[in-house]
Write a protein that binds this ligand. Structure first.
Ligand code: NAP
Length: 362
């Protein structure tokens, strides 16, 4: 099969951060056969391959990526009745835009992913980091993932359990990082169900929505929740908006660390010894096995990097301490600020923050 490979394609416009250089080779793939052909093309020429989805979680280095960048453009949504009455299965091609898919589900009265409204990126990327927000994560509704094995070029199918989902992670991000290209994701959603509001920030917002309790379960209630989530995200500049300079980011730059109980005790001691107010406590949320999840944004802010901080061509969003914002075209400026924050948080708390976006070197 013939594929159309382009030379020296600028990558900055293909990412939400809008920084970085170009791809030596670039190809757009709309079918599994095109994907396979592109992988064969790269293998024949001994070229490395970098897969690119919506560009909301990828930062390309300055200079030239010395290989083939594959843009995922697989499209299509198939809807069918699930095994149980009221359950619907949606098989979604990896190249569909996630938020368009969420909007579609809400419009056809399906619930299960409405709290994940307003998240940029493509459907195929969501299982990789088990995308989650406001009390939902895709692991709760994914039933299967179809992928292409980059070594054998054979299709592979994973059940939910096979994906080894955990907090913002899966086998595709850890043990099998880079091994598969996800081509389709299946979700099991429910019709006519009132969204479960488990996240306090969202629950509070809906409590202020007069008449929410009277809204019919299904499209009306799900639409109200979707609108509320988008409003919450917009207030933090976490919705793609060309008119908002704070939205020129890759979303959260760091993962919220989850640490063991005894490590938390040590971190608390360290904080007490240096905090201006020794009675102030580090916020935490209980996780399984006595582990604690700490909001990374709080660690960043309490290490000297407040909202609106600016360092050359990069800065911190004025609306969310976890988003690094680009003001120029150089990826190096963004990455350097990320490193400075990591160093400061480690020095202050002894915690090494993990970077969430994929940093692709040239
Ligand atoms: P936030 O509401 O300021 O919360 C910050 C942290 O506190 C998050 O780790 C959140 O956990 C945790 N948290 C808050 N209330 C909690 C509760 N009652 N129980 C347990 N944990 C609680 O978060 P934000 O940064 O503005 O983001 C809003 C939502 O979008 C969060 O759910 C966040 O995780 C999500 N988000 C996800 C991604 C992604 O999937 N890659 C990227 C950006 C933001 P959770 O993380 O478990 O929610």
């Amino acid at each position: 099969m013939e594929i159309n490979v382009k030379d020296n394609v600028p990558l900055a416009p293909l990412t939400t951060m809008g920084v970085g250089g170009k791809a030596r080779y670039w190809a757009s793939c709309g079918t599994v056969d095109e994907l396979r052909a592109a992988l064969e093309w790269a293998r024949l020429r001994a070229q490395p391959v970098q897969v690119l989805g919506g560009g909301s979680n990828t930062i390309f280095a300055d200079g030239t990526y010395p290989g083939l960048v594959l843009k995922i453009e697989l499209k299509g949504i198939e809807q069918s009745a699930g095994a149980v009455d009221g359950e619907i299965t949606m098989k979604v091609a990896a190249g569909e835009h996630w938020d368009d898919f969420v909007a579609h589900c809400v419009a056809v009265h399906l619930s299960g992913i409405e709290c994940l409204s307003g998240i940029p990126g493509l459907v195929g990327a969501t299982p990789i980091q088990n995308v989650g927000a406001y009390g939902q994560e895709v692991a709760q509704t994914i039933t299967a993932v179809q992928a292409l094995d980059r070594d054998s070029l054979e299709p592979v199918s994973f059940t939910n359990q096979d994906c080894c989902f955990s907090y913002r992670s899966s086998r595709f991000k850890r043990a099998d990082r880079g091994r598969f290209i996800i081509t389709q994701v299946s979700f099991q959603l429910r019709r006519g169900v009132r969204p479960a509001l488990t996240y306090p920030e969202l629950r509070d917002r809906m409590a202020g929505h007069s008449g929410y309790d009277q809204l019919e379960a299904g499209a009306a209630a799900s639409t109200a929740v979707r609108d509320a989530v988008i409003a919450l995200r917009r207030a933090k500049s976490m919705v793609l908006d060309p008119g908002d300079p704070n939205a020129r980011s890759a979303g959260s730059y760091f993962l919220n660390p989850i640490i063991l109980g005894p490590v938390m005790d040590a971190v608390d001691e360290r904080w007490k010894a240096t905090a201006v107010d020794p009675d102030s406590a580090i916020p935490r949320f209980e996780e399984s096995g006595g582990r604690k999840k700490i909001p990374a944004a709080w660690l960043v802010e309490n290490s000297g990097f407040g909202k609106g901080f600016r360092f050359g061509e990069a800065g911190i969003s004025q609306h969310h301490a976890l988003a690094i914002v680009a003001y120029g075209s150089r990826a190096a400026a963004v990455v350097r600020l990320g490193e400075m924050i990591q160093e400061a948080v480690e020095k202050r708390f002894g915690i090494i923050l993990e970077t969430e976006p994929v940093l692709v070197t040239a």
